[in-house]
Design a protein. Sequence first.
Length: 79
Amino acid sequence: MPTREPRYPFAEMEIGDSFFVPNKQKNTLTTYASEQGRALKRKFSTKLTWMTRNEDDEWELAEPNAEGAVLGIGVWRDA
């Protein structure tokens, strides 16, 4: 049976890396990030945040009233 591709890139993240999950509730992803941190012996932080897509189609921080702003969860690798 083939192994399933991980949904989020916790194992590949270096310190300072981040990813954004649009329209996600914080409590479920925060719990999962904590579990992954313990399993990988790393630290992750999560924050409810507004992001928008830039001209390179990458997520970047935005003000809530910015055009195209989307609320979701940002996840950062801290250590």
